[in-house]
Design a protein around this ligand. Structure first.
Ligand code: PLP
Length: 385
């Protein structure tokens, strides 16, 4: 029989995170700092809105674009928080999470062979989705010397006449890095000068601890060449509901909508109705969770530095990204041995691209008790080396 699997599907690697976490399944007493998922339940009023939607018989498709009320509330929310206006009728598309938004954004803009610059270390889906869309992903490393921020000169070095778009994510998964307005402006100028499109994944925007988040589309000249992705998974602890959104100028939004209507139709209606409740009444819950993440960050990052794993202070998201260089182990060996010997699960930084080698991603979206216990075990592991 022929091998029916396409070369594209064959060639993309399985997610390094999932592969690593399959190891966990057979183990007991594991503290996992591995999964990038809030440990909080979805705020109750939000869940209730979803349940009530089902009780009321809201079990149908919605408009492909998503419920108009949800798009209106998203428009109001981002207008208020970031000072950038999007028309709910033609510039906002509700997606099944940022994951779908990323996929359709890339498919909407890539022709075969187009190069997609990807600020690395980065979320594991960027390069595979660019490949699946027919593009070629080009990593742009963001190193610790520069607080893991994207550097204009390094970006410039990677631009060729095939470059079409830049994908970036700040606050960043896995480093927690944040780009301030002045940094974004420098990147934006390069994007404009080289006539590139920006795909900005701002799913962690609500989790910005120092100062406030700047949406890159709010900077002069960038709104018309930016697709912004955002969603409810992280800010409102709604990973399982699968609601996100894409904001873009009409022609790009329309192109993404065409793909979305064939592959997804719409995000689940009950999840959209829960998202409406999150935007109407979820602010306090969101702020409560963000305050708790900040306490956890301070506790955990201070602890990592104390036990001999130097860690820059992440200014956003819920990840710490300590270096393991001093231990003499590479990140994969460190993570595998830490799991086997001390039952603490973290993700090797190299899973997030070559620029992440030598680091660990530790998600501090777990209770403070778990973080304290994880630090104890990590310290014991390091002492035993
Ligand atoms: C940077 C980034 N983008 C997108 C996603 C996926 O988000 P969603 O649940 O909205 O699909 C994640 C999840 O970890 C992420 O870290």
């Amino acid at each position: 029989m022929r091998d029916f699997v396409s070369s594209r599907a064959r060639d993309i690697p399985p997610s390094g995170i999932r592969k690593f976490f399959d190891l966990l399944l057979s183990m007991e007493d594991v503290i996992t700092l591995g999964v990038g998922e809030p440990d909080f339940n979805t705020p109750w009023t939000v869940s209730e809105a979803g349940i009530y939607a089902i009780e009321q018989g809201h079990t149908s498709y919605t408009s492909n674009k998503g419920l108009l009320l949800l798009r209106q509330l998203i428009s109001r929310d981002i207008g208020k928080r970031f000072g950038v206006d999007y028309d709910p009728e033609g510039e906002i598309l509700v997606t099944s999470g940022v994951s779908e938004g990323l996929d359709i954004a890339l498919r909407a803009i890539i022709d075969p062979g187009d190069e997609v610059l990807v600020a690395q270390p980065c979320y594991v889906a960027y390069a595979p989705c660019a490949t699946l869309a027919g593009g070629v992903s080009v990593p742009v490393p963001c190193d610790e010397r520069h607080h893991f921020r994207l550097q204009p000169d390094i970006l410039m070095e990677r631009i060729t006449n095939k470059s079409k778009a830049l994908v970036m994510n700040f606050p960043n998964n896995p480093t927690g890095a944040v780009m301030q307005k002045s940094h974004l402006k420098e990147i934006g100028d390069i994007v404009i000068d080289h006539d590139l499109l920006l795909i900005s994944d701002e799913v962690y925007s609500a989790l910005t601890y120092e100062g406030s988040h700047t949406a890159i589309a709010s900077l002069e000249g960038l709104r018309e060449r930016t697709i912004t992705l955002n969603g409810f998974s992280k800010a409102y602890s709604m990973t399982g509901w699968r609601v996100g959104y894409l904001c873009a100028p009409p022609s790009l939004c329309e192109a993404a909508l065409k793909i979305h209507q064939y592959v997804m139709l719409c995000a689940p209606i009950m999840a959209q109705m829960a998202a409406i409740e999150a935007l109407r009444n979820g602010e306090e819950d969101k702020n409560r969770m963000v305050r708790e993440y900040l306490l956890r960050r301070n506790l955990f990052v201070e602890g990592l530095n104390r036990i001999g794993l130097p860690c820059h202070t992440p200014e956003g998201a819920f990840y710490a990204f300590p270096s393991v260089e001093k231990t003499g182990l590479d990140d994969i060996t460190f993570a595998e041995r830490l799991l086997a010997e001390q039952h603490v699960a973290v993700v090797p930084g190299s899973v997030f691209g070559g620029a992440g080698a030598g680091y660990l991603r530790c998600a501090y979206a777990v209770s403070r008790e778990h973080l304290i216990e994880a630090l104890k075990r990590m310290e014991a592991f390091i002492h035993g080396l």
